[in-house]
Design a protein around this ligand. Structure first.
Ligand code: GLA
Length: 723
């Protein structure tokens, strides 16, 4: 419910368990009052501290700077007194910056409007508060949107800027969310990584100054994830408070937590101001992407489950989100660039016999691509490799009872390609400079409408050529040389954001035209694993690192926010191609079960023993798949923390059944059997495990002793069913 109390000038948003409260100091300045466990009282304006120095401007105008620099802002603006991190910078026709945003009006309505051209949460059982602020001298208006869903303890925030003045303006910075709070000795939790080790959890006390997570790579990135949380000291999976922000966007971002002089904390998130400048003509508006704000008073676990449910119910649109995905075999680690029709059909046949349901032809099928040196942009079949063409191959694969999927990297162009030779101006480039290569490729300038049409045409023709059920949409380099031969000088700063918008537009067009397509996004592994992509694809390739042990850390960090149903996870061959580690085939299977599940190997090339295990692994995927996709996730132990073992549990929504995955990474000698404490069960119910009966409360409070395992890298699955 959203209410406005005219007497106290207080806006209050209540979900089932949380409240978000905004006040208006002097009837003008939108200030943050409260975000946390649900409150019943509405008389909360005293929390703005406007009765103490420096007071409000109407009472003490001579200290307006001190007011602006200490007031808990709902949307921080700089240049007129607030020296903390700002959310908005606009340069006017006079070449000046600085705003004084004050309240003009508000609107409370049922539902939630879509964000023009951007992915965002959706759902009918929702309510929205829209606050309009204005900078009176320039006529610049800022619309702050706050939406809630009846079934989620989260607040969705976004910002729209309207140029209500008579001259063009330039937006140099527009962040989407700001949270000003008193310091409670917070720690910051973030996800950091690199190629092949994405989203490792990282936690550190917040000291004076700023803690920043950011990407200026043109993608959400392997390195920093567009997520930031403030957690109370000692916060665990089950206790402590968490304030988390997650950005529904796939390009450059900035996330910052700043501990300021008066012991206040400001947390902000939005599009990174670097390489960003957006020209706004009079009457035009700019829509900034959405930030999801989640609060938990029961530790990280509750935050995780709030994100999981929100994304499953209100972000992912694909009809496949709750459906079993076809178990696939991907040609990448099986053959890299070394394949032809014959080899692929052999791979398909062997795979089909083992119960694998889809063949995905990865990189290497087009142009003259036999390595990563060229051909991106030449999206026509390499007939030398694929004799008989795409349709012949797909028909043959279909005849084996398998679906067919294909790899595309539509945003890219190789210097060694027909399309580049014809259109060198289509690549991103800075004037009078040769653009930097990355994986021997350039990025297409998607601000050019004819490039977007060309790209879409290539995608469409490929998908029309044969019966293609799945697309892996890859993006294998970061954006550099952000210059366009098309945009005028005063719009060059729009290029990076325009690239992201064009990717959204292309995927939207593709999904509208091919509604049955299963789309998996990918970016050199998991560099564009973000909620923006989830709006288009129900799954994202998590990491190029398929080693079972490394995956435990990567998947734990990913599962912190993302439902397991979206995490691309495959069983690959050993020694692992990325780290050289040898782990048992069974363990690789168990680890991949905590995701979409599939294979990244050639079954003809693995041992007979391992090959024989594939049908059993697929049976496990079918058995646990629904629970994994739909259930509640609980983290029981973390290998990243203890460096010995990993354990997570999934409980069905009705708490009728649960499954626990336990992976012993290192076998410690002379150690007694491990005990784990289950979570999320029905305390009063009796559960059957290993043919014995246990009370739910006992399993949660007193724990369970696990069977001992011998050796490193061992895994087991434990099943619990209500009696
Ligand atoms: C990226 C992907 C891989 C594979 C290769 C192909 O690295 O993450 O899975 O598709 O590209 O070049």
């Amino acid at each position: 419910m959203i209410q406005f109390d005219e007497k106290t000038n207080v806006f209050k948003l209540d979900t089932k368990n949380l409240s978000y409260v905004i006040g208006l100091a002097d009837g003008a300045y939108a200030g943050h009052i409260y975000f946390g466990k649900r409150l019943e009282s509405t008389d909360l304006s005293y929390l703005l501290r406007i009765d103490e120095p420096p007071f409000v401007p109407s009472a003490n105008l001579r200290e307006k700077v001190a007011f602006l620099d200490s007031y808990p802002m709902e949307y921080a603006f700089g240049g007129t007194g607030d020296f903390r991190e700002s959310c908005i910078t606009v340069t006017t026709a006079a070449g000046q910056q600085g705003l004084d945003l004050t309240y003009v009006s508000h609107r409370i309505y049922n539902g939630k409007e879509a964000l023009d051209g951007l992915p965002a949460t959706w759902g009918t059982d929702s309510e929205t508060l829209e606050l309009t602020l204005e900078d009176i001298p320039t006529g610049i208006r800022v619309l702050l949107s706050y939406s809630i869903f009846s079934d989620s303890d989260a607040v969705m925030r976004s910002v729209k800027i309207i140029n209500g003045g008579a001259d063009a303006i330039y937006i140099d910075r527009v962040l989407s969310a700001c949270l000003d709070m008193d310091n409670e000795q917070y720690e910051v939790l973030s996800l950091h990584g690199s190629w092949a080790r994405e989203r490792h959890m990282n936690r550190t006390p917040l000291g004076y100054g700023s803690y920043t997570m950011e990407s200026v790579r043109g993608e959400s990135s392997h390195q920093d994830h567009p997520f930031l949380a403030l957690v109370s000291p000692g916060c665990t999976q089950t206790s402590g408070s968490v304030y988390a922000m997650h950005f529904i966007y796939s390009g450059n971002f900035l996330a910052k937590a700043q501990l300021c002089q008066h012991d206040t904390v400001r947390m902000v998130m939005g599009i990174h101001p670097e390489q960003f400048r957006w020209k706004l003509e009079p009457g035009e508006c700019f829509q900034a992407p959405e930030v999801v704000c989640v609060y938990s008073d029961e530790g990280l676990g509750k935050m995780t489950r709030t994100f999981h449910d929100l994304y499953r119910n209100h972000l992912i649109r694909s009809k496949y989100k709750y459906q079993p995905r076809p178990v696939l075999v991907n040609s990448w680690e099986a053959a890299y660039f070394d394949f032809d029709t014959e080899k692929l059909l052999k791979l398909a046949k062997q795979s089909a016999e083992l119960g694998i349901e889809m063949l995905v032809m990865d990189d290497g099928w087009f142009g003259h691509r036999n390595s990563d040196e060229g051909s991106l942009g030449d999206w026509y079949v390499n007939e030398e490799k694929l004799k008989g063409g795409l349709k012949y191959l797909v028909d043959e694969v279909n005849a084996l009872g398998m679906k067919f999927g294909i790899w595309l990297e539509p945003e890219m162009i190789s210097p060694d390609s027909d399309v580049y030779r014809a259109h060198p101006e289509w690549a991103l480039q800075l004037k009078n400079r040769t653009a930097s290569l990355c994986r021997a490729q350039y990025v297409l300038d998607l601000s050019r409408p004819e490039v977007v049409d060309y790209v879409y045409d290539c995608v469409r023709k490929t998908l029309q050529a044969a019966n293609i059920s799945y697309v892996k949409w890859d993006m294998n380099r970061q954006l550099t040389d952000i210059g366009s031969t098309y945009l005028p000088a005063d719009r060059q700063g729009e290029l990076s954001h325009r690239h992201t918008l064009a990717v959204y537009e292309l995927q939207e067009r593709m999904l509208q035209e091919f509604p049955d397509l299963l789309l998996e996004n990918c970016s050199g592994g998991g560099a564009r694993f973000d909620p923006g992509m989830l709006y288009y694809s129900p799954q994202i390739w998590c990491s190029d690192n398929t080693d079972a042990v490394e995956r435990l850390i990567i998947q734990e960090g990913t599962q912190l926010i993302y439902p397991l149903s979206v995490i691309g996870a495959h069983v690959s061959d050993c020694p692992n191609h990325t780290v050289g580690r040898v782990t048992p085939f069974e363990t690789r299977g168990v680890v991949a079960l905590a995701g979409t599940f599939g294979y990244e190997l050639d079954p003809c090339k693995i041992s007979e023993d391992d090959r024989k295990k594939i049908p059993g692994q697929i049976a496990d995927y079918k058995k646990y798949g629904a629970l994994v996709r739909e259930g509640d996730y609980y983290r029981i132990a973390s290998y990243q923390e203890n460096r010995l073992y990993d354990c997570y549990e999934i409980v069905s929504k009705d708490r009728e059944e649960a499954v626990v995955f336990f992976i012993q990474v290192l076998h410690e000698p002379n150690r007694r059997s491990r005990k784990i404490y289950l979570q999320g069960l029905d305390a009063d119910a009796v559960y059957l495990y290993d043919k014995k009966e246990y009370l739910g409360a006992t399993l949660m409070q007193a724990g369970l002793i696990l069977p001992r395992m011998w050796g490193d890298f061992q895994a087991q699955i434990l099943e619990f069913k209500k009696k």
